[in-house]
Design a protein around this ligand. Structure first.
Ligand code: LRH
Ligand code: MN
Ligand code: MN
Length: 409
């Protein structure tokens, strides 16, 4: 027996003892899809400097090429989110076809309301009606782009807010926000979803118009069933219990998607699972528990979640950083798949505080690498996607792109 087979047999025996179906876990893991962001392949940085890396894509087409490499090596990333105007092209059909030819599709379309000079004091909540109109028109243009690229997710982050008390009328801005969202919502086709992303601060430092999940939920609730909340894991104050937010939104049928990334301090956009792997695992526990729910609305909400990475690389090589994020997501997802739910329920019923906590934590501590290896092997994928990338020669092949590729502009 090879070492890999031995490791798998050990995991299998442990799962059998715990009443967990490892084959079912393997099937669910193989079906996990995670969208990667076009902007994660371009140059980005901090407000201090954007370091230019060699071989970075020069346009949206080349970003798709890089995303295709990540999908080829992981088998888990068949869609790419785009950001307009960063990915503006003359012919969106051609972009969608380019993706399609490489086994990909365009995923969420993200309007950009934060880099136009006109938006310095707000976009859809700007006190000036002509600027609000311009911002709404931009979002409506993105809905047209969705039709061209056959996307059904509009992913909206509104950066608007104020820096000082008294600078703006918070309640009026709330009304403008609601008016704009209504107009956008009404422009959606029936199969499109509007995912509303929130963030507690930055670029505004005193108040942000859509600062937390409650405000995003309220907005979605007023709009209708096609509006849901998008949770970016880096967008909460320190210490926030993100998995609790996830559970509440799932139970209300309003969890639409994720932007996964890691953070130590604020919206750091680091490699997923690099800083708080336990949090990511606990988020997946909530989702997988909801997938099993008898309440069909909750289960359907969980199954329809759009899993997306929102990561920006200041110093990391971009494709390997993306592959690492995908693998880290798979690892935590795989662990969550091994929760012995019946045992956990039993211990909860007994008010066995330590026993219940132990079930969850011990599952987190299990080594799921043999499961990941098996799933990759069965699908004809490299067992180690990072190593496969390093050996692929792709980095050398794109060196001719030179330095100064496209970035956050
Ligand atoms: C805002 C955000 C949002 C943007 C992306 C580039 O911080 O998370 O999702 O679209 O970063
Ligand atoms: Mn985000
Ligand atoms: Mn962010």
């Amino acid at each position: 027996m090879s070492r890999m087979d031995q490791a798998y047999a050990l995991l299998e025996a442990e799962c059998r003892d715990r009443g967990v179906d490892l084959d079912a876990a393997a099937r669910r893991l193989a079906a996990l899809e995670v969208e990667t962001p076009s902007w994660g392949y371009g140059d980005s940085g901090t407000r201090f400097k954007v370091f230019r890396q060699p071989g970075v894509p020069r346009n949206a087409f080349e970003k798709i090429d890089d995303a295709a490499v990540v999908h080829r090596l992981t088998g888990a990333c068949p869609s790419v989110a785009i950001h307009i105007p960063w990915d503006r092209v003359d012919d969106y059909r051609a972009l969608a076809d380019h993706a399609h030819n490489q086994g990909l599709r365009i995923g969420a379309v993200n309007p950009n309301l934060f880099q136009d000079d006109d938006y310095m004091l707000g976009s859809i909540t700007n006190v000036k009606p002509e600027i609000r109109r311009k911002a709404i028109q931009h979002i409506l243009e993105c809905v047209d782009v969705m039709r061209e690229v056959r996307s059904n997710v509009l992913s909206l982050w509104v950066p608007d807010g104020t820096n000082y008390p008294g600078q703006g009328d918070i309640r009026r801005r709330k009304r403008w926000l609601e008016e704009a969202l209504r107009e956008i919502y009404d422009a959606l086709d029936p199969d499109m979803r509007l995912l509303i992303e929130y963030k507690f601060f930055e670029p505004a430092f005193y108040h942000t118009d859509l600062a937390d999940w409650g405000m995003a939920y309220l907005a979605a609730e007023k709009l209708g069933p096609q509006a849901q909340v998008l949770v970016d894991t880096g967008h909460h104050p320190q210490g926030t219990n993100v998995e609790h937010i996830v559970a509440v939104l799932l139970d209300e049928g309003r969890l639409g998607g994720f932007h996964f990334n890691s953070r130590k301090y604020a919206d750091d956009d680091l490699i997923v699972g690099a800083i708080q792997p336990y949090e990511l695992f606990l988020i997946f526990c909530q989702i997988l528990e909801a997938e099993r729910s008898d309440d069909e609305r909750v289960a359907a909400t969980a199954r329809a979640i759009a899993y997306m990475i929102d990561q920006s690389h200041a110093v990391e090589p971009k494709i390997p950083a993306m592959i690492r994020s995908v693998c880290n997501i798979q690892t935590q997802f795989a662990k969550a798949l091994l929760i012995p739910w019946d045992l956990l329920r039993e211990r909860q019923k007994q008010n066995d505080v330590l026993g219940a906590e132990e079930v969850v934590r011990v599952t987190f501590e299990m080594d799921v690498r043999p499961l990941l290896w098996r799933v990759r092997e069965e699908r004809g994928l490299p067992i180690d996607p990072m190593k496969a990338f390093e050996e692929s020669g792709y980095r050398e092949a794109v060196a001719s792109r030179g330095v100064g590729g496209s970035g956050w502009s």
